[in-house]
Design a protein around this ligand. Structure first.
Ligand code: DGL
Length: 279
């Protein structure tokens, strides 16, 4: 390692598909000198409507691959569903590796909300998880949360199906109730799945600009920085040359084309995506 460049090993990031790009966007802004390797497990998605055993198996297969083939110095689980199902076993399996997960932004929403009524959109897997139950319990009495499992929405966003994305956003926000600033209305909407950040425009149009949409990418990026700084001095990359020399790397276990166009659309990058087979 060149000490002047800091630790230039990459940071691994994964999701069931394109959703984690919303987290990668925040990571790149917070840690612009770092290299990232992103795995979209779109050949085995959606995670949110599968059982825990499937999500656990996939999360460990991806972590094994990122460690063995890329020597990552940290792992970001850019998926609420995988964090809920697998973060504890991942941390137990790799005690030396900093592992950062994401959870629906209920705490920041409770701190921000004036009406005390907060909408939460997430996958069925996240809402049914033990981890989410504990999160809700920890906020008991601080706000009322209106929970909505959004079957099909991550898949529609993954496929860039604009018509279906809008139809599902309409259906789910309508079912949840009234949004706005008046008493009893939801003035915050938590996007509890990383895919939903890419439907922010549709959601804002439906619920109104006065409603705050709460994403989890920024806190994850800050936590990644804090954890790396704390664990060992020199853990962060410090040389601007390393960043220009290494664009992020993208791998897909399913449709390479869908990931490539999402990377272009949401990150403004022309990066080739490589196919990846992981049993
Ligand atoms: N993006 C993932 C999340 O944050 C889930 C999408 C899926 O269901 O695969 O929960």
């Amino acid at each position: 390692m060149n000490p002047a460049a800091g630790n230039i090993l990459p940071i691994g990031v994964f999701d069931s598909g394109v959703g984690g790009l919303s987290v990668l966007r925040a990571l790149q802004a917070e840690l612009p000198l770092e290299r990232f390797v992103y795995v979209a497990d779109n050949g085995h998605a959606p995670y949110g409507e599968r059982d825990d055993a499937h999500v656990l198996k996939r999360s460990h297969a991806i972590a094994d691959y990122l460690i063995a083939s890329h020597g990552i110095k940290a792992l970001v689980v850019a998926c609420n569903t995988a964090t809920a199902a697998a973060i504890h076993t991942l941390r137990a399996a790799y005690p030396e590796l900093p592992i950062i997960g994401i959870e629906p932004a209920l705490k920041p929403a409770a701190a921000l909300s004036k009406t005390g009524v907060i909408g939460v959109m997430a996958t069925r897997g996240t809402l049914n998880s033990e981890k989410f139950r504990k999160l809700l319990e920890s906020l008991h009495g601080s706000a009322t949360f209106v929970l909505q499992a959004c079957d099909g929405l991550a898949d529609a966003i993954e496929r860039s199906d604009a018509e279906r994305t809008l139809a599902l956003c309409m259906e789910y926000t309508h079912t949840m109730g009234h949004f706005g600033n008046a008493e009893g209305e939801m003035d915050c909407l938590v996007l509890g799945c990383t895919h939903y950040a890419f439907a922010a425009l549709e959601l804002t149009t439906l619920v109104g600009v006065q409603v705050s949409l709460m994403e989890g990418g920024l806190p994850v990026a800050r936590q990644t920085r804090r954890l790396l700084e704390k664990i060992q001095p020199g853990a962060l990359a410090t040389d601007p040359a390393t960043q220009t020399a290494h664009a992020p790397m993208f791998y897909s276990t399913g449709s390479v084309g869908l990931l490539e166009s999402a990377v272009h659309r949401w990150l403004g990058l022309e990066c080739p995506t490589l196919p990846l087979q992981l049993a």
